[in-house]
Design a protein around this ligand. Sequence first.
Ligand SMILES: [Zn+2]
Length: 409
Amino acid sequence: MDWGQLAQDRLREIAGHSVDQNGVTRFPFTAEHAAALPVIRDWMQDAGMDVHMDAAGTLIGRADGPAGAPTLLIGSHQDSVRNGGRYDGIMGIALGCLAVQRLRAEGTALPFAVEVLAFADEEGVRFPTALMGPRALAGTFDPAVLDMVDGDGVTLASALRDFGGAPDAVEGLARDPATILGYLEVHIEQGPVLEDMGVPLGVVTGICGIERNTVTFRGETGHAGTVPMVGRRDALVAAARLIDAVHTAARATPDLRATVGALTLRPNVVNAIPSAVDLTLEIRALNDQDRANFAGQAAAMIDEIAADTGVAATITRTYHQPAVPCDPDLMAALEAGARHACQTVPHLPSGATHDASAMADLCPMGMLFLRCRGGVSHTPDEYASAADMGAAIHALATSIAHLAARHGA
Ligand SMILES: [Zn+2]
């Protein structure tokens, strides 16, 4: 059986369930999502699992274990961004199903139950929230998000209800951590590290913490022709210095990313000195202390630049989520599995959030990254090879077998 080619064929098929054929556009609780469900159901049933959808719209395939045995969870998300690719999210569901099917084909009996979870909403494109499915399981779901509306004014609650979910029952989905062995997720890397190293798989060390800040610079406008250069208080000059300084300083800290991604400028006309700039400064790091130190460094740079350019400046943190480390035992199992499929198995952090971020509130979590061509994701050009996916299925199945051996099969 060419498991990798089977994965490729399946991902090609389910990519057809999309708003248009320019990549994949499949938002949660839409007609495209509904059309994808029977396909995923078939994948789960082919792996010998019983299938149901929970109140939050997560499609769950379950292979029972011995009575009273705990459950190993494997999952990822079915949704995409607008005109995204064939692999982000949905690949983790496909490979999870095929790993379970492969173990079954090999006659491996597991001393625990296995569930494959196809989450509805990881990308957060339709509603201004995400991760409802995993948060419900982890007991961290906030019912207030049910009142959020999409671009058409449809609430999350009504979209979920029309899809066959049960908004009022989402809070009741929380699992007992004592019954869960752990959560595994395979995802495309969404970066160039594995491709640059020439290896198909990597073990994720953790999911980076994120903080977002708004930085404001307030100077003074004036006529671009009549106000002399000396003595200007140009807010955009201050912003430009900060953008460059942050970019340079971030390169000095391993596994830290700092990005100025959005900027608003006033008066934003061709013949006036900019008086006001608001910009976003996002900082991500696997180590929360590194991130806090960098935020402090950025604040000091802002003060220095403000003094030097004669503008007033403030920095305000608007969002924050701590880093989530992967579980050492699950990392070891994934590494042992991956070594059956590849000679070199690097460890690397995840700079992006995943369903695993929320699942970590429930149970130990481990992730395997798979090389994607050019490191690109969230575009129709996203690509992973059948050979690499075959290696991932082999690795995941072997990892589960390792966990079974450790669990006393
Ligand atoms: Zn994803």
